[in-house]
Design a binder for this molecule. Structure first.
Ligand code: BES
Ligand code: MN
Ligand code: MN
Length: 456
């Protein structure tokens, strides 16, 4: 057991936090073109950190934001882990709801607040700090590691896809470790054995060639916003059941024993609802809230653009309207087939007088992890050593597109072991990351790698 590495991690805790804060100050928002330079700066910052601790590093540039690679492969026939995370972050709007500025990391109540703190820079830095702690104290690592840290996870970009497709042969690993998920609750670590996939679309509607006075033309002019509303209303019923023909055909639910395990988790639906700040939980009847988020597919509208939204009234019939709509999919559903069914349904719902176009922005398949692998067992023991209790096996409703690709392209299963908390405000104002979980994540990662080498 690498006691000296664990001690090093303990005594360097403030400096690790400082390194994280340096990365958090770079506004690496991958979806906004004006942050292109910040993406490059964040990639270089990470690369320099990884080089500084003794790894061989490389930046892979492609049609998008750079991919940061780093490796240390000197431990002979010990297992090789692919270490995955992302340095890109989500946009910060609405800015006025942040208590402190999103790119000025601030410590409050044992948390660091900043965009990307939990998703995913804080988690990436647990991997970097674990590697540093081992290399600085023992001069070597118990296993071989290869970092793949992308800058397009939130943007559905393809630099990492292209790299995996073109360099599959170079990525000789035995499993992937993904630091981009959450614990079940404070003090309760989790290993996720399932993630939902997603299919993200945009629907464009055009009516007349230009905006029209709704008094002079109302009654004869096609209205793209009305048409779009009609289409959206035809995708899902008021109870949350998706009304796209064939949508549920391939859905495969977890076994009854797994669902039983979920029922025994300490989860209070009422409390979940109250924390959400909504007056009720909605969704498919006949399923628990955990089943609905972890194992059932769903469909959500994320934004609608069109017409007049300023103050006061403007009697206009807009010429165009559009909506962003995505579906979360589950094992056995196939992203491109679901996109076809979606497109067909949208086109079937188009009322007279408008033209509709459906685009696929990006997609990723659902993920299932075998619950009995040696890697998962080693991770579970490491978590128990760190947290003083074994992890719960859960799923998550979120998506990490490349994890499905690791499995389909490289045959790699992933260990989904993350340090976020359910209330970390991912993608929302006041994102935070627990500093205690940051330290425990480093500790558990060192123990995990140790256990993998001992299992040889
Ligand atoms: N890290 C999240 C996904 C996540 C969060 C998984 C918590 C498990 C627990 C990831 O960064 C994310 O937000 N993914 C996007 C993917 C999309 C943009 C392609 C998502 O799920 O919406
Ligand atoms: Mn993430
Ligand atoms: Mn995210």
């Amino acid at each position: 057991m690498s006691t000296s590495a664990l001690r090093y991690a303990e005594s360097n805790r403030d400096r690790f936090l400082h390194d994280l804060e340096t990365l958090l100050r770079i506004p690496s928002i991958s979806t906004l073109p004006e942050h292109k330079g910040d993406m490059e700066r964040a990639a270089v910052c990470l690369r320099e950190r990884l080089a500084h601790i003794g790894l061989r590093t490389e930046l892979v540039e492609g049609d998008g934001h750079p991919l940061v690679l780093a490796e240390w492969l000197e431990t002979g026939d010990a297992p090789t882990l692919l270490l995955y995370g992302h340095y890109d972050v989500q946009p910060v709007d609405p800015l006025d709801l942040w208590e402190t500025a999103p790119f000025e990391p601030t410590i409050r109540n044992g948390n660091v607040y900043a965009r990307g703190a939990s998703d995913d820079k804080g988690q990436v830095m647990t991997l970097v700090a674990a590697a540093e702690s081992l290399l600085k104290t023992e001069g070597r690592l118990p296993i071989n590691i290869k970092f793949l840290i992308e800058g397009e996870e939130e943007a559905g970009g393809n630099v990492i896809d292209a790299y995996v497709a073109g360099h599959g042969g170079d990525i000789k690993a035995d499993a992937a470790q993904v630091a981009d998920t959450s614990m079940f609750a404070p003090g309760i670590p989790a290993l996720e054995t399932g993630l939902r996939g997603n299919v993200y679309t945009e629907v464009f509607v055009r009516g007349a060639s230009h905006d029209l006075h709704s008094g002079l033309y109302g009654g004869v002019a096609p209205n793209p916003l009305n048409a779009l509303s009609h289409i959206i209303a035809g995708l899902k019923d008021p109870y949350g059941v998706i009304t796209i023909p064939g949508f549920y055909d391939d859905v495969c639910m977890p076994e009854e024993a797994v669902l039983d395990d979920w029922r025994s988790l300490p989860f209070d639906e009422r409390q979940f609802q109250r924390d959400m700040g909504a007056s009720a939980l909605v969704g498919e009847p006949g399923y628990t809230a955990l089943e609905r988020t972890w194992a059932r597919p769903t469909l959500d509208v994320h934004g609608i653009v069109g017409g007049f939204t300023g103050s006061g009234g403007k009697t206009v019939i807009p010429a165009t309207a559009s909506a962003k709509i995505s579906m979360r999919i589950v094992p056995r559903q196939n992203a491109s087939h679901i996109f076809e069914l979606f497109t067909q349904r949208v086109l079937d719902l188009v009322p007279p007088g408008v033209d509709v176009k459906v685009d696929l922005l990006h997609s990723g398949e659902a993920v299932s992890v075998p619950p009995d692998s040696n890697f998962l067992k080693a991770a579970a023991l490491a978590l128990e050593d760190t947290f003083g209790r074994p992890p719960v096996l859960t799923h998550s409703g979120g998506s990490i597109p490349i994890v499905g690709t690791f499995k389909d392209r490289l045959g790699l299963d992933s260990i989904l072991m993350g340090w976020g908390l359910p209330d970390d405000n991912l993608h929302a104002p006041n994102e935070k990351f627990s500093i205690d979980n940051f330290s425990k994540g480093i500790n558990a990662t060192i123990r995990f790698w140790d256990r993998l080498s001992a299992a040889q």
